[in-house]
Ligand binder design. Structure first.
Ligand code: HEC
Ligand code: HEC
Ligand code: HEC
Ligand code: HEC
Ligand code: HEC
Length: 510
């Protein structure tokens, strides 16, 4: 009897174990197996949503090299060259992560990722991955990434009903490869070289949305949602679009964020945004757009900066953008129980979307603080990188998101993400306030407070894992720096008068 019971019990246990194992593996397998989507007329390049107008079969002749445009559009070309759009295929971090994904999904994600990172390659079938050698082969044109002709051949967006979640994303645009018409924002343009057509889409955030929203094609998890974040922001309410900030100088973008007004309103004798849209243009246009498309990436844009470009131009602009995206407010007070409280408020004053945005499982912003007393004893510390350039996430206020796969394991790999478990990114014009409590243990008469807000595009750990010996050092970009000494005056803690020494430090830091 006992034996039968044991057998029955072990069968039940085995079944249970099998079932739970099965359930778990079905989860992640479903997310990946489901990527094997058959092509249809509406979706000829699955899992990407990209398609050509009238399902025309594109060839390399459908697209021209940016250098062809440069002759007549030097300003646009100089901005685009060296931008992350020009690096979107050659970006080594992208390629390493892409290869990892191709190996883990048996190639099923190929067109999803390449549909945005090399649209020409996907549409013309001139980009591929060899499973055996784990190498890519790519035509010269396809390797140029998101080129002039990618954006200016976009003739529309696919009907939202044809998308998974009725929103833009996953490359949901229609590219005209039949004609050489250039679609753009000018209503009455005339070019001796190509036909032109006014396109309202090019003046709207929807154009960017097709590539700046990523949704997992099987489980619907929001992987990158820059456009969605913008859509529910005060910027969208005031008619301010991505182009206003990312296709004008940082100075103009700062004004836009401050006033919630569109760039046209700043044009005066001093601020000229206009000029000729082409060296052969016959009319002055009120705005000629910069085409630099700078966000926060100061690492790939530095490594891949074209040789004869002004040194690291895009990377320098990225730093400037980051350093003007937030406002930091710090205040110190002593509580009734004698302990001290340092309040740090981070205000997303300048970004038209969350901070950080996009790959928020990877990009991160954090508070670094050091508090010492008058004798330089350490009273409190947070947010310091350790010897491996890592952060103790449990003890750091960090702005990012955390995701898991279908088995509940942490992941930042887009193909494996099943859902987001936590998100501390700061919405546009939103605040995030944090209190740090410490003890002035020696009853010192002075307290020195040093607070920094830092940004990194990725952890060093992840970069090393992807690129091995060739991995670049990921810089920590200091977005804000607050440094003050507090002293007691009439029972209150107030800011000390600034000494010459601290002024020097200030100058050095600026
Ligand atoms: C809908 C368009 C789209 C799709 C699909 C897409 N990406 Fe991207 N990818 C982007 C955009 C836009 C960025 C830039 C975001 C930023 O820099 O903040 C990006 C950035 C990246 C980066 C960061 C590169 C760096 O230098 O830090 C990696 C890695 C990456 N993508 C990998 C992938 C992989 C792998 C896939 C497929 C599973 C994929 N992407 C699919 C649009 C897309
Ligand atoms: C990521 C998409 C994208 C890429 C890549 C791109 N453009 Fe544009 N371009 C735009 C958008 C969007 C506008 C309109 C902006 C607006 O009016 O708000 C524009 C405007 C223009 C205009 C009209 C004049 C002006 O500057 O506003 C010209 C000409 C132009 N682009 C040429 C080019 C050339 C040449 C390249 C390549 C060197 C290029 N573009 C690359 C999106 C792009
Ligand atoms: C021989 C000169 C020449 C070349 C080469 C050239 N363009 Fe143009 N392009 C022009 C002129 C002139 C205009 C009209 C400018 C105006 O009306 O202000 C124009 C206008 C445009 C516009 C605005 C269309 C609109 O209606 O908004 C876009 C976009 C554009 N060109 C993209 C390109 C791209 C992409 C290339 C390269 C594939 C290219 N051009 C090559 C001369 C040229
Ligand atoms: C065809 C797809 C596509 C379109 C359309 C597109 N982008 Fe991008 N964009 C990308 C990809 C891919 C990257 C990232 C490349 C990488 O990191 O390797 C990128 C990068 C960027 C970056 C740099 C991010 C960083 O980390 O510094 C900015 C800013 C940006 N795009 C803004 C825009 C704006 C504004 C528009 C609309 C006018 C737009 N993009 C339209 C695909 C696109
Ligand atoms: C009010 C100005 C403003 C508007 C509007 C705006 N941005 Fe940005 N964007 C910024 C600033 C400032 C940064 C740098 C801070 C950061 O990285 O988040 C940035 C960063 C980015 C990045 C890089 C994020 C990273 O850290 O890798 C991308 C991609 C981007 N923006 C795309 C867009 C798109 C797409 C839209 C429209 C849907 C848009 N932006 C609208 C100001 C703006």
């Amino acid at each position: 009897m006992k034996k039968i019971l044991t057998i029955a019990l072990s069968i039940t246990l085995a079944l249970f174990a099998f079932n739970s194992l099965n359930a778990a593996s079905v989860g992640i397998n479903n997310d990946i197996a489901g990527l094997d989507i058959k092509p249809t007329l509406e979706r000829p390049f699955p899992p990407s949503l990209i398609r050509t107008k009238n399902n025309h079969k594109a060839t390399l002749d459908s697209f021209e090299n940016p250098e062809t445009c440069a002759g007549c559009h030097p300003k646009q070309y100089e901005g685009w060259r060296g931008s992350m759009h020009s690096n979107s295929w050659n970006d080594p971090i992208f390629q390493a992560e892409f290869k990892k994904g191709l190996n883990e999904t048996d190639g099923k994600i190929f067109k999803l990722c390449a549909g945005c990172h090399s649209p020409i390659g996907v549409l013309t079938g001139t980009v591929s991955w060899d499973k055996k050698t784990n190498e890519f082969s790519v035509s010269e044109k396809a390797a140029r990434g998101v080129t002039c002709d990618v954006c200016h051949s976009i003739s529309g967006a696919i009907p939202l009903d044809d998308t998974i979640t009725s929103e833009h994303g996953n490359g949901s645009h229609i590219i005209d490869t039949e004609t050489h018409i250039k679609y753009g924002p000018l209503k009455n343009s005339n070019s001796p070289y190509h036909e032109t057509q006014y396109s309202e889409l090019h003046t709207k955030a929807n154009l960017c949305a097709n590539c700046h929203n990523i949704i997992h094609p099987v489980n619907g998890a929001p992987i990158e949602r820059t456009y969605d974040e913008w859509r529910v922001s005060p910027y969208a309410q005031n008619g301010i679009v991505c182009q206003d900030c990312h296709m004008n100088s940082v100075e103009v973008a700062i004004q836009i964020a401050k006033t919630l007004k569109r760039p046209e309103t700043f044009i005066n004798k001093k601020v000229r945004l206009g000029g000729k849209a082409s060296t052969l243009g016959t009319e002055d246009r009120s705005i000629v757009h910069s085409h630099e498309f700078v966000g926060g990436n100061a690492i790939i844009s530095a490594i891949m900066s074209p040789k004869n470009l002004r040194k690291r131009q895009h990377a320098d602009i990225a730093r400037k953008r980051l350093q003007n995206a937030t406002e930091l407010t710090v205040d110190l007070k002593q509580r009734n129980d004698g302990l001290f409280e340092l309040g740090v408020d981070v205000f997303n004053s300048g970004a038209g979307h969350n901070l950080p945005t996009s790959l928020t499982q990877v990009r991160h912003i954090w508070i670094e603080a050091t508090i010492t007393d008058g004798d330089n004893n350490l009273l409190f510390e947070t947010g310091k990188l350790d010897n491996h350039h890592d952060l103790d996430e449990d003890k750091t206020v960090i702005f990012k998101s955390w995701a898991v796969d279908a088995k509940g394991n942490d992941t930042h790999d887009p193909w494996a993400i099943n859902h987001i478990v936590r998100d501390t990114t700061i919405p546009p014009k939103g605040h995030s306030k944090h209190d740090f409590v410490f003890n002035n243990k020696n009853d010192s008469e002075q307290i020195n407070v040093d607070v920094k807000l830092n940004y990194r595009s990725a952890t060093q750990h992840m970069t090393d894992a992807l690129l091995g010996d060739k991995a670049p050092t990921i810089p920590t970009i200091n977005m804000e720096h607050f440094s003050k000494a507090y002293v007691q005056k009439n029972g209150q803690w107030v800011e000390a008068e600034q000494s010459y020494q601290s002024l020097e430090v200030d100058i050095e830091n600026n």
